[in-house]
Design a protein. Structure first.
Length: 139
């Protein structure tokens, strides 16, 4: 049986969740910077205000939370929906997935290359190589 949490406590928990400058995003930004890449953050003139934008390379990196953006990998333990209030969560998380797909399509239509990194992938030891390969596709 799930623990019952008061509405006030749940509200406090939810309001503490960041949409910008999250821990996984900060880790990716630090790594990019240490690799010598310079970038812009959350450009308002691009669809969805992408997390990391490298204008000179026409590249965007989105760092997505596994829970909030419904990571499709069945091995990801963070992507499981809550057991309670399933209708609410299904609807809410479904809208996030639809919005992500629309923003991705809009960015690609504008000529941007997009790399989606999931929260659970940020700790991967091959992340630096993956970022370098994405940002330097010809060599």
């Amino acid at each position: 049986m799930a623990d019952k949490i008061s509405k006030e406590r749940r509200s406090a928990n939810m309001s503490a969740i960041r949409s910008k400058h999250s821990k996984p995003e900060m880790q990716v930004r630090r790594l990019l910077h240490s690799l010598g890449y310079r970038f812009r953050l959350h450009r308002k003139d691009l669809p969805g205000k992408p997390d990391i934008v490298l204008p000179g390379r026409q590249a965007v990196i989105e760092v997505r939370g596994c829970f909030w953006h419904v990571h499709p990998d069945p091995k990801c333990k963070d992507a499981r929906p809550p057991a309670s209030n399933k209708g609410y969560w299904s609807s809410k998380l479904g809208r996030n997935v639809q919005r992500d797909a629309a923003n991705l399509a809009a960015l690609e239509a504008l000529g941007w290359r997009v790399l989606v990194l999931w929260e659970c992938e940020v700790a991967s030891p091959d992340l630096a190589a993956r970022l370098s390969h994405f940002l330097n596709p010809t060599g």
